[in-house]
Design a protein around this ligand. Structure first.
Ligand code: SF4
Ligand code: SF4
Length: 277
């Protein structure tokens, strides 16, 4: 079974729910937890899991042969990320950190002066905590394109998937490309939110996205007793989506979280049962 834990807004407890659910499900079958929040992967920290690098993720970047360059300036004109700076009558200067690998400069160059090479942009890690195996991607600081790292890590998850009963993906916050890549091909999405106006607003975005992607989605209302639950109930009704779990604020959850212990909680136990229904 493939479960993705997501949420339009950061800070709602998405990773807490994903890690707690992975620990709970590991008593029922083999679990692979995929941390797809490559800008800030932290599931291994929440579960005190040691991770090791298994893959370096690279991206195409241009490489110049100045013997063929006629200094026409076409490459810097087409570069949308300002990675190529050119002063009149001089050769182009390349800023690799900003390059997204779109290859537009290679296509635009009239003399074939631009070939390609690669740069390292991230890493895929694996780890193990009890019965929970983990794959996580991490983007190098300052790199602009995280999607390649998510895709590389997801490919590894897909290769391993036949060995597991449960694949649990923890996405980044938001509705951008990384989240879309992580959401696809799952049996169910759990949208974690909180009973606040911002939580309701961002929940609506993720419900809209899930509908477009045709991923069945249910709502997990975290810190359900703090704030105005009717805000979330209205959105749930509007999108005909079930609130599958209401997890009240709990000091015990916070203590487990800060100690790096797997969270044990009756609401997570019930959520695991309900997800498997
Ligand atoms: S590959 Fe794209 S982003 Fe990179 S330098 Fe060329 S045009 Fe700019
Ligand atoms: S487009 Fe090609 S020939 Fe023109 S400046 Fe760039 S590298 Fe040189």
């Amino acid at each position: 079974m493939k479960i993705v834990v997501t949420g339009g807004k950061g800070g709602t407890g998405k990773s807490t729910v994903a890690t707690a659910l992975s620990s709970e499900l590991s008593s029922k079958g083999k679990v692979l937890l995929f941390d797809a929040d490559v800008d800030c992967p932290n599931d291994h920290l929440i579960l005190s899991t040691k991770i090791k690098k298994i893959k370096t993720v690279t991206q195409v970047i241009p490489k110049w042969d100045f013997s063929k360059c006629v200094k026409c300036g076409r490459c810097s004109e087409v570069c949308k990320t300002s990675s190529i700076v050119q002063i009149k009558e001089k050769y182009p200067i390349f800023v690799p950190e900003q390059c997204s690998g779109c290859k537009a400069c290679m296509i635009a160059c009239p003399t074939g002066a631009i070939g390609k090479t690669h740069k390292d942009i991230g890493v895929v890690y694996e780890g193990k905590n009890g019965n929970v195996d983990m794959i996580s991607g991490e983007l190098k600081p300052g790199e602009p394109v995280s999607e390649f790292v998510v895709t590389a890590a997801k490919d590894i998850v897909n290769e391993k998937s036949k060995d597991y009963d449960f694949i649990l993906t923890d996405t980044a916050a938001g509705t951008h490309c990384d989240v879309i890549t992580a959401l696809l091909d799952n049996d169910i999405a759990l949208a974690v939110t909180e009973p606040t106006p911002l939580g309701a607003h961002d929940l609506e975005l993720i419900l809209k996205l899930s509908k477009i992607l045709e991923v069945p989605v249910k709502i997990v209302l975290n810190r359900s007793d703090i704030g105005d639950a009717s805000l979330i109930e209205e959105i749930a009704e509007k999108y005909e989506t079930e609130i599958i779990s209401r997890i009240p604020y709990s000091k015990a959850i916070l203590e487990s979280y800060s100690n790096g212990d797997a969270i044990k909680n009756i609401h997570i136990e019930k959520l695991a049962r309900d997800v498997m229904r």
